[in-house]
Ligand binder design. Structure first.
Ligand code: AMP
Length: 250
């Protein structure tokens, strides 16, 4: 069984982002970039399925700038077998990425595609759903548990009302939620080994997909600054202050 994992290079989650002065976007100059945390969870899950003998090959794919190679190498160091880097000079949007992933899937014929539930830069939470629609495959989004047996993926989903468990015939799309697993750290020997693992480079044009943005970014603004908090001496003072601020309803 082959698993394809889509991973996105994003601003590292520990960085407090700066909005460009002209409001045209987020300043990415000299900013630490890393694998999107939900994609790390997807890579970890794929590797675990391989370690359990369920999967035979884990292929990782990323669409973006040439620098996304670092992110793919990080996934190879975690244990993925090979990587595909699709470069584009455009800002990749969910629909474009989904079309590109569809083209990769038609070529690679995976049995399962794992994606993060959302990329923490644009918070779109769209790509997996769009990809499932484009491929006409079943989808299990926000997975907090995943098992595979007899050609069926059993996915426990984190939904507002609690947990929902569904069965999907393969091939299928699964997007990962936070509680699915805790991704491993790559060891130094594995980081070295990852340098020699196969990484194919292609362009979006080679896959016949036009990634020209369809969305126009109007402006990006930082959230209003919050006033600093204060320390209260007791729970009673907290309640009094909350009442005074109208934050507690009788
Ligand atoms: P989004 O719909 O943008 O919130 O992204 C959801 C998931 O789609 C991510 O966690 C990735 O698994 C995948 N994805 C989004 N953008 C890319 C990209 N440029 N390259 C590879 N995978 C991506």
């Amino acid at each position: 069984m082959k698993i394809l994992v889509a991973i996105k290079r994003v601003v590292d989650s520990s960085i407090s982002i700066r909005v460009k002065a002209d409001g045209s976007g987020v300043d990415l100059d000299n900013v630490k970039m890393s694998m999107n945390p939900f994609c790390e969870i997807a890579v970890e899950q794929a590797i675990r399925l391989k370690e359990q003998g369920v999967a035979t090959e884990v292929v990782v794919v990323s669409i973006g700038a040439a620098k996304a190679e670092d992110t793919l190498r990080a996934a190879l160091a975690m244990g993925a077998d090979r990587a595909i880097l699709v470069t584009t000079e455009h800002r990749a949007e969910p629909l474009g990425v989904a079309k590109l992933l569809r083209a990769v899937a038609l070529e690679e014929q995976p049995d399962l595609i794992l994606l993060g539930k959302q990329a923490i830069d644009d918070d779109a939470n769209q790509t997996g759903q769009m990809l499932a629609a484009l491929l006409n495959w079943g989808q299990g989004t926000f997975a907090s548990a995943l098992t595979i047996a007899d050609g069926i993926a059993t996915v426990t989903r984190e939904v507002d009302s609690g947990l929902q468990t569904i069965a999907l015939p393969l091939p299928a799309i699964v997007t990962t939620d936070l509680r699915l697993n805790t991704p491993r750290f790559a060891s130094l020997p594995n980081i070295m080994k990852a340098r020699a693992k196969p990484l194919r480079k292609a362009t979006a044009e080679e896959f016949g997909v036009d990634l020209t943005p369809r969305l126009k970014l109007l402006s990006v603004e930082a959230p209003p600054k919050r006033p600093p908090g204060i320390k209260v001496a007791s729970a009673a003072e907290l309640v009094t202050r909350l009442k005074a601020a109208g934050a507690l309803t009788p």
